[in-house]
Design a protein around this ligand. Structure first.
Ligand code: CP
Ligand code: NVA
Length: 329
């Protein structure tokens, strides 16, 4: 398997074998890290991390992973670069490509990360766009593999805004790897028809399936994984909270939903999550709408079925695998 020089922009561009290779490389790098076996495979290289939206996990995962691989990093925060304001993406790409061996980009439209990759001349890694979050779902697949010992045939149900980055990327990875994906949400939050069609084609080859349903009871019955994400994503206007709460409250992950799933089902979330009042936004929403928890109830989030911090740790191992595999030697 040779992925050297490739960008990692969306899993639509990767085959089933390539995705499985990245997951197994991540598992191997995780074992090496736990065993304190040095893996400075890219000693002396430099990577740039561009964040036009905020981050905890993705930034830290890229930084630690880069250091473990023997590399230095430059972090450009949402206000710390000229990108898009004084300098075009194409020009920025050509500048950074002269200095760095690889570039991570988190931002808004997918077309921005695509343009960066087109002009940089070095691998570009998507650290989240409005449309996709490919490094997150690699970590999720590694986590599922660890919990269930397999990926094929796993029934994963996504509840919430299934039209956005997490819903799209989970549907793609499930279709490619032979999992059964269900978007369980209100009709107007279903993923786009074109992507659904494309995923159904992949699912035919992999033995997976794609289901869209508004019915919580039927949609979550016997599921292995119940997955959710915030109802309002980064960059969306505050005004949408009200419509999201009204639309998505019936699709909150509760103890009842978990009880309807399989006996050994796990709860997953890319994080950050609104499950209590210990955040600024959580308290604001509480004052305005009276809710004490949003997409997931605190009891589920804190339960033994919740594997959210395993997922968070696996961000680092999978991001390391992506960099390790795609950076030219
Ligand atoms: N899950 C995730 O991408 O988290 P951050 O926004 O903290 O990077
Ligand atoms: N859908 C969320 C994911 C955060 C990791 C967002 O885009 O804000």
């Amino acid at each position: 398997m040779n992925l050297r020089g490739r960008s990692f922009l969306t899993l639509k561009d990767y085959t089933r074998e390539e995705i499985l290779y990245l997951i197994s490389l991540a598992a191997q790098l995780k074992t090496q890290k736990k065993g304190r076996i040095s893996h400075r495979n890219h000693e002396g290289k430099n990577v740039a991390l561009i964040f036009e939206k905020t981050s905890t996990r993705t930034r830290c995962a890229f930084e630690v992973a880069a250091h473990d691989l023997g590399m230095e990093v430059t972090y450009l925060d949402p206000s710390g670069s000229q990108i898009g304001k004084k300098e075009s993406i194409a020009d920025t790409a050509r500048v950074l490509g002269r200095m760095y061996d690889g570039i991570e980009y988190r931002g808004f439209g997918q077309e921005v990360v695509e343009a960066l990759a087109e002009h940089a001349g070095v691998p570009v890694w998507n650290g989240l766009t409005n449309e996709y979050h490919p490094t997150q779902v690699l970590a999720d697949m590694l986590t599922i593999q660890e919990k269930f010992g397999r990926l094929e045939g796993i029934r994963l149900v996504y509840m919430g805004d299934a039209r956005y980055n997490m819903g799209n990327s989970l549907m793609i990875v499930c279709a490619k790897l032979g999992l059964h994906y269900t978007a369980c949400t209100r009709k107007d939050y279903f993923p786009g028809a074109e992507l659904v069609e494309q995923c159904r084609e992949w699912a035919k080859e992999s033995g997976g399936s794609i289901t869209l349903t508004e019915d919580v009871k039927a949609g979550t019955a016997g599921a292995d994984v119940i997955y959710t994400d915030v109802w309002v994503s980064m960059g969306e206007p505050e005004e949408v909270w009200e419509e999201r709460i009204n639309a998505l409250l019936p699709y909150r992950v509760t103890a009842e939903v978990m009880a309807n799933a399989s006996e050994d089902a796990v709860f997953m979330h890319c994080l950050p999550a609104f499950h209590d009042l210990n955040t600024g936004i959580g308290r604001q929403i509480h004052e305005k709408f009276g809710l004490t928890e949003m997409e997931v109830t605190d009891d589920v989030f804190e339960s033994a079925q919740s594997v959210v911090f395993d997922e968070a740790e696996n961000r680092m191992h999978t991001i390391k695998a992506v960099m390790d595999a795609t950076l030219p030697l």
